[in-house]
Write a protein that binds this ligand. Sequence first.
Ligand code: BMA
Length: 356
Amino acid sequence: MQLIHLSALASLLILASCSQSNTLPRHNEQAEALMETLSNAAQQGKILFGHQDDLMYGHSWCLTGSETEYTKSDVFDACGDYPAILGYDLGEIELQKGRNLDGNSFQQMHDAAIENYRRGGLLTFSWHPRNPLTGGDAWDVSSDKVVESILPGGEKHEFFMGWLEIVADYLSTFDMPIIFRPWHENSGGWFWWGKGICTPEQYKALWVMTYDYIAKDRGLNNLVWAYSPAASDYMATYPGDEYVDIMGTDIYVYNAPSFVQRARSDFEIIAKLAEEHGKILALTETGYETLPDPAWWTDMLLPAVEGFPVTYALVWRNAHDKPTHYYASFPGEPNQESFQAFHDSDKTIFLKDLKK
Ligand code: BMA
């Protein structure tokens, strides 16, 4: 009898905890506020500026590990203000070595992001996970069975759910909203979750599995979910309105014929979809490596988004160990003046503007 009672009680508790997580609002207040900040910017014809790995390192410097202030920034040193959005990457968190694929300490990314939120700034995480089937990196597309292998019933399913657990554990240490952008650029064929490496159905199932575990099972409703394929194939892998908050896309300058033309024709498509589906529009990654055009900031990036409700544009990282791999200006970089004009423009929002 006693046993029956105990197991009945256990079932009741399980049921109660399930129904509790099912009744959680999809977004907590922090996430709602983040989405409102983004939407308000677009309504005013403004765009938030983001920079990948800002505060962690820059073109010619890198945190040593003992810092606690998180004030050094190429963007700040170039224009006197911090980006409105920090972009960080979770890649290799699944290996549990304390540092990501580009050498950033997970602890420091956490502390810098929290401090930056206290200053009024926002945060987005992408994830370049290793290949769970082959053991290679995110760019290992040697097998087209990877996604299949991690979906329910696949040989790597349990193993991969362990990776999601690590991600959810880390994300749950942030008492702040986060734009979470997994499985990005999937309309290209360069990541193991990309086009031609998995089917659209498998991709959607991967997204839903990720969402269901992190948002529902783990109850992380501080996340705002960003989807970011190319415009040409946008809806082929769309997981559904209940799984996506931001309709984004990644566009770099090397996309022919010209960046402005390409971006504008992409936004014609995605802005319409975002409106139809009630989603937020974003340029989730962009940039011109080594900034060869002095007018890139004012004469390319701003005209590329002009007239579209693009809420933010995040430029990629300024690697400290690859001298030509940079996307934001820094002191002495020839485009600093144009970057300053971009910062000073009433169309852009940096950290100081978020505080106003
Ligand atoms: C790429 C490059 C790589 C980096 C990766 C993940 O675009 O910057 O050097 O490892 O992003 O951040």
